[in-house]
Design a binder for this molecule. Structure first.
Ligand SMILES: *[C@@H]1O[C@H](CO)[C@@H](O)[C@H](O)[C@H]1NC(C)=O
Ligand SMILES: *[C@@H]1O[C@H](CO)[C@@H](O)[C@H](O)[C@H]1NC(C)=O
Ligand SMILES: *[C@@H]1O[C@H](CO)[C@@H](O)[C@H](O)[C@H]1NC(C)=O
Ligand SMILES: *[C@@H]1O[C@H](CO)[C@@H](O)[C@H](O)[C@H]1NC(C)=O
Ligand SMILES: *[C@@H]1O[C@H](CO)[C@@H](O)[C@H](O)[C@H]1NC(C)=O
Ligand SMILES: *[C@@H]1O[C@H](CO)[C@@H](O)[C@H](O)[C@H]1NC(C)=O
Length: 596
């Protein structure tokens, strides 16, 4: 017999997610002397694009997979975001780049791009290249910190001449230059060598540094101790001489090497961001993020700088194991992320690397590999239990051709086209009502711990349920033989409703060799409100989805062969037996960003 589920109402997150429009400022590229190379590359690109479009249905040509409004270098490999910052009116973005090929190579450079709006970008010369004994085998990831008087410093990992990972300092050559085109490496590098007892090739990715109430600087560095993955803590009075603290800032057993740790405060109320300089303790929580096992894990907690102690809200011993290994920024492809505080708009912004899911040989054929997700504003949920993420408001400047519909019933087992052809670049926001919530089916608890990823694999979009699966089919071909399904499925488990969110790539491409693993997660909302929202950004080969107003994010990489360019369509679908209602749906096709 099924237990009856009683809906109890509580304060809902009413955060206003509709931001004001900001007029874009244009970068005058002429100033940078990059015009000539840009024209040539763009022309080549265009040719590739036209050719691949014409033959899309017959042979696979890779350029149809290239994105139009996500950050990418013109060619070759990109991975981690590095040192994002706002300086003198300009956003700076650095990233790990192999300028010589589309595959990973240890001799990374810090490539450098600038923007007024986080959407349109101009690539500058590399900020850091392997040149000295302390980084001759690679300039790996790191962060920017601001010293007093708005003086940025880069702390980065160098792979030195004996292949050890050491930490180095770089300083702007000219503070008056808002583009910060030239960086000087500090003469006494390296400033931090791997400590004893640590593997010398697992000591990397310094965080943005922060100053304690005692005025001393702190920085955390990823690595692996005999105990497990850790964020090692260092302190300094002058930002040059650093001393290891006896305990890591945080660590976790068995998680493997921690990469790209990130540590920052979030406000307890409101969506504004905050920097460390605003003080400690009152009105804030702290986020400890670590990248391991191909995903970005975080936990919320408290931090006492006097004791150098971060304590997870899950308890002092929480070590990213157990229920879902804690929280993740994104349950799809999203790794090595980094946040920065944007002082101009009092917000914290998250950048994350989105890997390919095709093969190394595909990357070589395409001539490129790796994207950055659209930068996301990030803040603490009103529940205090998790973070919320939402694409920066500037992305709206790319929206064209508004399409909308309201109060439309989506009956059981039906599919409805919402945007004809040319849905390869879209931003869609949809809100569903669930009038028959009580009909939701119970999940078989014999599956033990409810693992959403397993649930999404077992209940893909083609499995008929009751309240769900319902959602969107993006990058869909005319006959629906190719599509990526992003959907919800409401289930009853342990006497309550759970909202499952999935991204099903199983029919995303006729290509065999690409990874089509389903991604899934729960959405921490109470479906008793009978409403649930989904926003999805589609850009040729990337699908970024935000469920429950940014509570659960899933990014997928897909490589359709039919649903490309003008042949890509967008549908809403319901494969449950119960009717759901689209209370509102807005879709825009997106114009290209200028990234050159
Ligand atoms: C520093 O940058 C400013 C602003 O771009 C420029 O006017 C000045 O000539 C630069 N100084 C040097 C020494 O390059
Ligand atoms: C946060 O809470 C404090 C104290 O309750 C209040 O003074 C402040 O205005 C709130 N800030 C926001 C952004 O809601
Ligand atoms: C790594 O991730 C996989 C897939 O999500 C999971 O099954 C596995 O338990 C994880 N391992 C560790 C050590 O976190
Ligand atoms: C990147 O993608 C490739 C291919 O799917 C995979 O083998 C690799 O583990 C991924 N790397 C990360 C860090 O996710
Ligand atoms: C945008 O959408 C409209 C209406 O669906 C379509 O006619 C047009 O071709 C699309 N434009 C682009 C650039 O995709
Ligand atoms: C919906 O269910 C039907 C019947 O099982 C199936 O043929 C169809 O492919 C499903 N739709 C999706 C989007 O999976």
């Amino acid at each position: 017999m099924e237990a009856r589920i009683v809906c109890m109402f509580f304060e809902m997150n009413t955060t206003n997610l509709l931001f004001d429009k900001m007029p874009p400022k244009r970068l005058e590229i002429g100033k940078y002397g990059l015009v000539v190379s840009f024209v040539i590359l763009l022309t080549c690109n265009r040719i590739g694009f036209v050719v691949s479009h014409e033959y899309a249905n017959e042979v696979h040509t890779p350029q149809v997979q290239r994105t139009s409004y996500h950050f990418q270098p013109l060619k070759n490999w990109m991975n981690d975001p590095n040192g994002p910052m706002f300086y003198k009116g300009i956003y700076h973005f650095f990233y790990q780049h192999n300028p010589n090929g589309a595959v990973f190579n240890s001799k990374m450079v810090w490539a450098h791009s600038i923007s007024y709006d986080l959407i349109n970008w101009v690539h500058l010369n590399h900020a850091l290249e392997p040149t000295d004994p302390f980084d001759i085998n690679g300039c790996w990831s790191g962060s920017v910190s601001f010293l007093p008087e708005n003086k940025p410093r880069i702390l980065y990992t160098g792979i030195d001449s004996s292949s050890q990972q050491v930490q180095n300092l770089a300083i702007p050559a000219n503070y008056s230059d808002p583009f910060l085109e030239k960086w000087r490496k500090f003469s006494q590098n390296p400033i931090i060598a791997p400590p004893d007892g640590l593997e010398r090739n697992r000591f990397r990715d310094p965080t943005t540094a922060w100053q304690g109430p005692d005025g001393e600087w702190r920085v955390a560095i990823g690595g692996q101790t005999s105990y497990g993955g850790a964020a090692m803590l260092y302190r300094s009075e002058d930002f040059v001489r650093w001393h290891q603290f006896r305990f890591p800032l945080y660590s976790s057993q068995d998680s493997g090497t921690w990469e790209c740790p990130d540590f920052y405060p979030v406000m307890l109320n409101g969506t504004n961001g905050i920097g460390f300089s605003s003080g400690f303790g009152v009105g804030v929580k702290y986020v400890m993020k670590a990248s391991f096992n191909s995903s970005d894990h975080y936990t919320l907690g408290s931090y006492v700088p006097e004791k150098e102690k971060f304590t997870s809200d899950y308890g002092p011993g929480f070590d990213f194991k157990g229920i879902n290994l804690g929280l993740r920024y994104d349950y799809g492809k999203f790794y090595a992320s980094k946040t920065f505080y944007d002082s101009s708009q009092k917000r914290r912004i998250l950048w994350g690397w989105v890997n390919e899911s095709d093969s190394r040989q595909d990357d070589i054929n395409k001539g490129w590999s790796g994207l950055q997700a659209i930068p996301r504003k990030i803040w603490l949920s009103k529940t205090g239990r998790q973070l919320i993420q939402w694409p920066v408001k500037e992305i709206k400047m790319l929206r064209r051709n508004h399409f909308s519909l309201h109060h439309k019933e989506l009956r059981g087992r039906s599919t409805m086209e919402v945007l004809g052809g040319s849905a390869s670049q879209v931003d869609v926001e949809v809100s569903f009502e669930l009038p028959y919530l009580e009909e939701a089916e119970s999940v078989d608890t014999r599956w033990g711990v409810l693992d959403p990823q397993v649930l999404c694999s077992k209940r893909d979009a083609s499995v008929n349920g009751r309240v769900g699966p319902f959602g969107l089919l993006v990058l869909a071909s005319n006959d629906l033989s190719e599509h990526t399904a992003i959907y919800f499925h409401i289930l009853k488990a342990h006497n309550r409703y759970v909202v499952l969110m999935c991204s099903d790539q199983s029919r995303s491409s006729f290509r065999k060799e690409v990874d089509k693993t389903a991604h899934g997660a729960f959405v921490d909302i109470d479906p008793c409100y009978k409403k649930i929202s989904l926003r999805t950004l589609v850009d040729h080969s990337i699908v970024e989805s935000f469920g429950g107003k940014g509570k659960t994010c899933i990014t997928s990489r897909v490589y359709p062969t039919l649903a490309v360019n003008n042949n890509a369509r967008l549908y809403a679908f319901n494969n449950g037996t119960q009717t759901v209602v689209i209370s509102s749906l807005k879709a825009w096709n997106m114009s290209n960003a200028e990234i050159k």
